[in-house]
Ligand binder design. Structure first.
Ligand code: SF4
Ligand code: SF4
Length: 412
């Protein structure tokens, strides 16, 4: 069910079924395709085909990106370009897991926790923010430069079905709080909070201890919740920033135990699977392993990333990456989606968090052969949340039109 109100789209959440159970750990498959983001050349990789690696052996060098570490012990059989489940393609180390896995001995780092050292550690531990795919060390550097004074753990999970962040907060509140405090220390933020969508805060805060519940801050009550939270905090005089809850949990383990990020939690849900679960899986596990663990039904399609902005995943051999928060599995629809003319209801304009008039841009693009770029008002502000398309009763692909308008404006 979709309803709307002036600060976003209110969507039926469909999380309670998945949240009934604890996060289930899925063991590593025989072959993993471990993504090596930012390591396109062999000079940026630490392994060659044929080499043996231990669990926690480094696979790529930290540089402009993070250092990636092997989640398993085994033999690297190749480096292969694979489809990325959320964005384009990614080079992966193909690792054949050994039956008797060996592990690199890891020790907690012994150093003063200065901001510079904490940022270096985030790069060495390979931590990536699950909400936007940005390496944690880059975010910390940017927040430091921007003088962010309020830092929040991002647990907004404002899209239907997705609850991997909420599940991590519920099961590891101490690690999340510790990671948040360390990240605040690294970027110089004086205040911290845990950002949860308003309606979810009411539902799940009773499951958290007093200390963690005390840090909860309400995002907006609709989708997208993040932008309205940022606006609210700025009105209160803060300079806010958000970091994904899973990245913060990983940061705690990197600083306290020296452990790199080698796994992530993914929500698998939707009418196309018999069991809805939050699964903790080693990075590089093929998506098809997660679908089998949740009993995927026949004649279904998979949407990866986000139920609102995600795209259909055609190749389920794609590896799990650190920024894959959700796999939505739905029955294959045989009906063609019907589109009707605009009825002038104004809902798209009401829900847009950045004040664009999507109906106007859509009309400019479709009613005129050569729209004047001056007329493509505010298109460059679009944050690609897709809320306008979701709310439109005529089924118009408004976000696509706005993206096209933005491109036309950029080209002049
Ligand atoms: S996709 Fe762009 S235009 Fe549409 S609601 Fe979101 S920000 Fe506004
Ligand atoms: S484009 Fe859709 S949501 Fe916007 S005014 Fe027209 S019918 Fe309403």
């Amino acid at each position: 069910m979709i309803s709307f109100f002036s600060s976003g789209v209110r969507l039926e959440q469909k999380k309670s079924h998945t949240m009934k159970a604890k996060i289930q750990a899925l063991s590593a498959p025989e072959i993993l395709f471990v993504p090596l983001p930012g390591a396109q050349t062999s000079a940026e990789r630490c392994v060659r085909p044929g080499e043996r690696v231990l669990r926690f052996s480094q696979l790529s060098m930290p540089g402009n990106h993070v250092a990636i570490t092997s989640p398993v012990g085994g033999v690297v059989s190749a480096v292969k370009t694979m489809p990325h489940p959320v964005r384009g393609q990614v080079d992966c180390a193909v690792i054949q897991r050994e039956a008797e896995e060996r592990e690199l001995s890891i020790q907690a780092p012994e150093w003063d926790q200065t901001p510079e050292q904490l940022i270096r550690l985030a790069a060495a531990a390979g931590i990536i923010d699950e909400y936007d795919g940005i390496p944690l060390f880059k975010k910390l550097k940017r927040f430091r430069r921007l003088k962010i004074n309020w830092l929040g753990a991002n647990v907004l999970d404002d899209e239907p079905y997705v609850c991997s962040g909420l599940a991590v907060l519920r099961e590891s509140p101490d690690a999340v709080r510790s990671g948040l405090a360390l990240a605040a220390q690294a970027c110089g933020a004086k205040e911290t909070g845990i950002a949860v969508a308003s309606r979810l805060r009411a539902r799940y805060s009773s499951q958290l201890s007093g200390e963690t519940a005390g840090l909860l801050v309400s995002g907006g009550s609709g989708y997208p919740a993040g932008l309205s939270l940022m606006k609210k905090l700025r009105r209160q005089g803060h300079e806010p920033g958000l970091i994904g809850v899973q990245a913060l949990e990983a940061f705690h383990y990197a600083v306290e135990k020296g452990l790199p990020q080698v796994s992530t939690v993914v929500t698998v849900a939707g009418e196309g699977v018999s069991q809805w679960k939050n699964l903790r899986v080693p990075l590089g596990t093929p998506v098809e392993a997660l679908l089998s663990a949740c009993s995927r039904k026949k004649k279904t399609i998979v949407i990866s990333g986000s139920p609102i902005t995600g795209e259909r995943l055609l190749d389920v051999s794609a590896p799990v990456t650190a920024d894959l928060r959700c796999l939505l599995v739905l029955p294959e629809s045989t009906q063609k989606v019907k589109v009707f003319p605009c009825i002038g209801c104004g809902r798209c304009e009401e829900v847009c968090p950045v004040g664009i008039m999507p109906w106007y841009l859509h009309r400019q693009l479709h009613n005129r052969n050569h729209p004047d770029s001056e007329q493509l008002l505010g298109a460059e502000k679009c944050c690609a949340c897709n809320a306008c398309s979701v709310i439109c009763p005529s089924g118009l692909p408004l976000a696509e039109s706005v993206a096209l308008a933005m491109e036309m404006k950029e080209r002049g």
